[in-house]
Design a protein around this ligand. Sequence first.
Ligand SMILES: Cc1ncc(COP(=O)(O)O)c(C=O)c1O
Ligand SMILES: N[C@@H](CCCC[NH3+])C(=O)O
Length: 412
Amino acid sequence: MDYFEYRDGALWAEDKRVTDLMETFGTPLYVYSAKTLRRHYNAFDEALGGLSHLACFSVKANSNISLLRLLGRLGAGVDIVSGGELHRALTAGIDPGKIVFSGVGKQAHEIREALAAGILMFNVESVQELEHIGRIAAALKTQARISIRINPDVDPETHPYISTGLKKNKFGLDMRDAADAYLLARDHPAIDPVGMDCHIGSQLTRIGPFVEALEKLLAFADRLARSGVGIRYLDLGGGLGITYNEEAPPLPADLGRAIAGALAERDLTVILEPGRAIAGNAGILVTRVLYTKKTRAKNFVIVDAAMNDLVRPSLYGAYHRIGEVVPGGRESMMVDVVGPICESSDFLAQDRMLPAMEPGEGLAVFSAGAYGFTMSSQYNSRPRAAEVIVDGERVTLARRRETYQDLVALEM
Ligand SMILES: Cc1ncc(COP(=O)(O)O)c(C=O)c1O
Ligand SMILES: N[C@@H](CCCC[NH3+])C(=O)O
């Protein structure tokens, strides 16, 4: 559910006409809906309502600081994976006590920065990393709160590039190794093992894998308790999918219900790290048609957005619904929607039925609020798109369009 809809013959973002946004801010343009973001965050908050909980938005999905600030004001914590994301979160005013730090390759300076900020915990992914954090915390005369990321070997049934909880993936530790890591953590004066976490993959469309992972983690937590390691936080990661096309993923409430029973009698704070499910359908990428071109093999609609703006179709073959900004009632035809970049993989859609388009007309690429701008680049020296947040009738420029000057600003 989102607040991008067609009425009076045009596409609206909440109470703003998308054509007006195109006029004011140009294209390509990322447009986020504040109402949708609030709705999605609140859905998680309410889904976990009966439990002690924390919803930590995954910053990698969308790291714009205006958007983070909006979520932070609702009470959101965040899941970060770098010093850069920590900097963004703190700049956006996120409570450091609600920050969890994931990722397999945390660097010394990032660990120091996170300790100095007083984050809730590090989600530790290897024994070497645990020892490294311990050394740094000891040198700083502090204690690092940690959880160990468990690789529960659960099949998330998603795209292989975005599944993370299988034995063959680089993430987390298997339980036998994790048990040793917890004992090391228990006995380390500068480490406080407060939690356990996992993240099994992204764009999950079934509840089963979450429940399976939870059950494995709880059984493991019970074994650990007998070794004198009592955890207080259970972090199930992110991964709940969204509807891009015809998927029918469970709602946050379904996930909440599915895990509530197992957690009810336990003195644990449950953490979720949703990214896509909060931001994905809260954003669209608006682009303008430059040319149309009919070859002997295909019809191309050439637009001013490209794989540098939204790489998901090129990278994963991902489907994003595309619609006219002002429906013209013209007959549909099979087209490829492509960008100006010099790569054959530069497409936003392939073999898609779309109404015939004219140069200058607008198209909206839906479900672009997560892993859209954050995965963008300047490939082909294309300045990155602007980002705006619409809240009712109010529009905030959340990031200005890059300029040619920005392209070369760091070069000597
Ligand atoms: C550790 C961790 N937490 C949370 C997320 C967010 O995932 P999603 O956007 O699928 O909710 C990811 C990315 O998949 C991740 O790697
Ligand atoms: N970037 C991916 C998801 C990977 C999630 C990061 N762990 C996507 O666009 O779907």
